[in-house]
Design a protein around this ligand. Sequence first.
Ligand SMILES: Nc1ncnc2c1ncn2[C@@H]1O[C@H](COP(=O)(O)OP(=O)(O)OP(=O)(O)O)[C@@H](O)[C@H]1O
Ligand SMILES: [Mg+2]
Length: 266
Amino acid sequence: MILAKKSRKSLAHIVALTNQKGGVAKTTTCVNLAASLSAARRKVLVVDLDAQANATMSSGIEPNDVSPNTYDVLVGKKDAQQAIIRQTKALYDLLPSSRDVTAAEVFLQSKKDKHFYLKRALQPISHLYDYIFIDCPPALNIMTVNAMTAADGLIVPVQCEYLALRGLADLRNTVDGIRNTVNPKLEIEGLVRTMFDKRNRLAREVSNQLLEVFSSKVYNVIIPRNVRLAEAPSYGLPIIIYDAKSSGSKTYLALAGEFIRRHEGK
Ligand SMILES: Nc1ncnc2c1ncn2[C@@H]1O[C@H](COP(=O)(O)OP(=O)(O)OP(=O)(O)O)[C@@H](O)[C@H]1O
Ligand SMILES: [Mg+2]
C-alpha cells in the first residue's frame, strides 16, 4: 500500500469533475485521475456528490453500508473529518455518497446561503490534501453549484460526439454566472477527451473543434475506449490496480502526469 504524504504546505487545489451531459466519464475520470495521483504520492480526497454514488462504489465502498456520508456533512450533522474513509482500496481518501444526498438537495433548497455548504464543509480539511476531486451528478443542480462554489477549477470530460460542443456552451454560460456571483476565481481548467475512438471520423472532427474553441485547455492525453475501464468499477478498483497494463491505465497515468506538470510545473 502506498502511503501518500501531503507534499505541499498550502491548501488543497479543489477540482470539480463536471458536465451536465450524462455518461461522459466524469466518475471514471475522477476516480482514476485521483488514484493515479495517489500512486504518484500526492495526497488526494475524492468527494462523491452524486446520489448515484458511482464514485463510492468504484472505490470499493458499498454506499448502503456507509454512514456518515456526504449527506450528513452537507446538513451539518457531521464534520467532513468524521465522514472521510481513509486509504480506500483505490488509494485515495473518500467522502462517500449514498441515496441520502437527494435529501440534502431538499434541505439546501430552502437555505439563503445554499450554494456555500460544501465550500464551508471542506475548509477545515483542505490543508490535509494536495488535491480534492469532486464528482458531480449529470445536472446543473444545487449539488453541482455547491461543487462549483467550492472549486478552484473544473475538469470537463468530453465524449467527442454530436452535440458535445453545444452542451459545453451551456456549461460556459453557467461558469460565467457562477464567476459573477458566488465564486469569482472559478475557471474551466481542463477538458479531457474520453472514450475516444480514433477510427471514428466524427470523433476526430469534434476533437478538432474542441481544440479550436478551448485550445490549450484541452489535455493532450486522450483516453481511449477500453473495456477494462468499464470493468474496473465492479471490482471496486481503479484501473491502475485492476489492470495496470491496459490502455486505460496507461492513459490515466499519463493524464495524471500532465495534470501534475500543469499544477506543479514538474
Ligand atoms: N474510456 C472508457 N472506455 C470504456 N468505457 C468507459 C470509458 N470511460 C467510461 N466508461 C464507461 O462508461 C460509462 C459511463 O462512465 P461514467 O459513469 O464515468 O460517466 P459519468 O459521466 O460519471 O456518468 P453520470 O453522468 O451518470 O454520472 C460507465 O459504464 C463507464 O464504466
Ligand atoms: Mg458519474
